[in-house]
Design a protein around this ligand. Sequence first.
Ligand code: GLC
Length: 483
Amino acid sequence: MNILVAASEMSPFYKLGERADVIGTLAQEIAKLGHDVSVMLPGFSTIDRYRFGFKSLDLEIPIPIGRELWSIEVYSSEWNGLTIYLLENDMFKQGSRYSDINSKENINGLRFIFYARAIIEVTEALHINPDVIHAHEWQTGMTFAYLSTLFKNSQLNKKAAKFFTIHNLGFQGIFSESVFTMSQLPREVYECQLRYHGNVSFIRGGICFADAITTVSETYAKEITETELGMEFQKNLQDRKEDIYGILNGIEYKEWNPETDRYIKQNYSIDNLEGKYECRKSLLNQCGFEAEDNVSLVGMVTKLNDQKGFDIIEKATRDLHKLDIRVVILGIGTFEWHSALLKYQELYPERLKVFLRYDKRMEHQIYAGADMLLMPSKYEPCGLGQLIAMRYGTVPVVHATGGLTDTVIDFYDNPENGTGISFKDYSPDALLDAVTRAVNAFSLSDRMQWNNVVKNCMSQDFSWKKSASKYVELYNLISKKIL
Ligand code: GLC
């Protein structure tokens, strides 16, 4: 099959969030299964043209936006079995990256309708002829609104199955109505599909016009149609219930491998965990903690924002402090949580260490060195942290939501096969109870049970192979259905 991926970010070219890793690895795994995969990305200025060998295709295509014509230049590179296209225009070199109406900036609205339409025009100009167009997140949502209306009679629209993946419904691409007007799409598209409280929502383009909608875990696929996690789009999503599929993300098993990881103090495997103990000692050292062997070292590698559960952590802080734990947190996020965490670090310097930065090496060291990984997310479409932690024998303690529900088996409920601890209510008490249960199990002099959980974690398979095949199956199914 010929598959065209459209996204605003993809590792290693450009990454702001986890989905960049997901999009990058998925595309490569699908190519490995024998398919032709090309990817279109906006030409953000930080993408290293030289390193990835991008060459100009000497192609300039005018794209109508409002009453103007903006032009797109195309660069391409062959990389790891994929053809990568960079769509270049000065629009991608200015303004903040994904801001929406909340920041009163319309620039993103304009550049992502421009980008959405450019994807179609460039695909046609280059005769890519895909069987599937797989678009990710609101930044590409409008592509399908264009295809289904202005480009309705094109070969591309007739042939290609339209896939739209939601990585996080919390980001909806909302802009003022005037942005919609610039798109030149028929007015009824706004009235019937895209209008959201008097504004336009780009993610609705994907939700309403895709042939299939996927999201990154089965539970999240249910949650967004059945609960308030639909974030006011439940109705739209319910209307499309038959076309929504949950496919769990995987992780890149070459990058995340305690046996070969070059960032960690000592490599280790499920058969010999000595290295993990060394990694733990080294992490304690880096944090400036003095700790006994039976004190739990809790890691968090996370964005510091409201989705990630910091409100319940904050409310439980005083009680958490009574437990024999050390906590290390790595991440960046909102100003509010940066300053709150620094304040707590000052209060509890011997127990809490925060690293407010993005740091790949440190990330690996925390996954390897911590005893447990805390992920109390309010909601979590999939989550990659718990998957990585398990690969490193670090036991996840999670709020049972979305992908966390689908991947972590509570070992109090299932002592034989358990891989972590999960709590159901999103509350400080439930969080405290879960951490207490984890700490108790860890601090027992007899570590038999804990070691069993660690080994269960390490023997899970969250590699991409399974998930990539599921996507391909679905591509086949939907392609047949639309013919
Ligand atoms: C978003 C989601 C996260 C998911 C990731 C990749 O960041 O919040 O849960 O794992 O996308 O799909």
